[in-house]
Design a protein around this ligand. Sequence first.
Ligand code: 4GW
Ligand code: MN
Length: 302
Amino acid sequence: MSQGAHALDLLRDLKLPRIVYNHPDTGKPQRTDVLLLSPWLAPIVWNDTYNLDILNAQLAQRKVRVGITVFAIKKYTVFVSTFVDTAEKYFMVGHKVTYYVFTDRVSDIPMVELAEGRQMVVLRVPTYQRWQDVTMRRMEMLRDYSRQRFIDEVDYLVCVDVDMRFSDEVGVEILSDLFGTLHPGMYGLPRESYTYERSPQSEAYIPLDEGDFYYAGGFFGGNIEEVYKLTNFCHNAMMTDKAKNIEAIWHDESYLNKFFLYHKPTKILSPEYLWDDMFGTPAFLRRRRFLAVRKNHNEIRN
Ligand code: 4GW
Ligand code: MN
């Protein structure tokens, strides 16, 4: 049985407890300042559009297991403690969570005290000389571990950058079969100006008259089967390009955008879920949930 069918079976048997909340008003959209649904009816998750109590009751009954993956290769191990500390405060509080930390420096990964039901798994992985390969090879490793391990251990995977901190709730409202996140730097721009790969030679090519949104490479996920398909597609496309000695302009992010163009996500996260304060604090942004940590590029990337 596929993961998706299994999840639906569990949902069908749900009987929620009494929960008191505001009556949904059929005459009034939750918000009018932002897009709430994609043209294929995938919800776009914004603050004030959902009730977390209902979602938590549904997902707790399913006893959902969430894996969150980060890569801390070479000097990026310095980001792990802030990442995990803030995740303990804000990420999927009350649910079963496994942190999967991929690293080449196992002894540099700090031991962090975790709340009940939460655990950390440190996975030793090879590193690459070129930083582009460090970020791109994440797809291959996520694919391989999805098949070999994650499928047996968790229901959903959340795949994120490590140079980040949580600063507000990120909960089960993000979960869906396949989800991506709107890139904060490209929000509201016309599709022609998105920094998709524009060379027709590349597997990541997207023509000027296509493209729904520009998705961020630093936050995507879904059930394990879907994440497997996504990461497998991206890795294979990168290998095809590599054989031709080409590489898409924004590396793994370009291939991710190509995948999402033809495999539409079932849920889309607003830039609340991946913000960088260098973009200011616009009015549509009612919460900043997951923020880029300032990094000294010279020191951290040498
Ligand atoms: C340039 O020298 C580098 S090093 C660019 C990325 C590097 C890097 C990235 C690294 O040395 N080690 C590492 O673990 N990563 C992982 O790739 C890490 O999880 C990081 O969050 C992710 C994406 O790289 P990034 O956060 O530096 O990319 P941006 O700045 O686009 O968020
Ligand atoms: Mn980053």
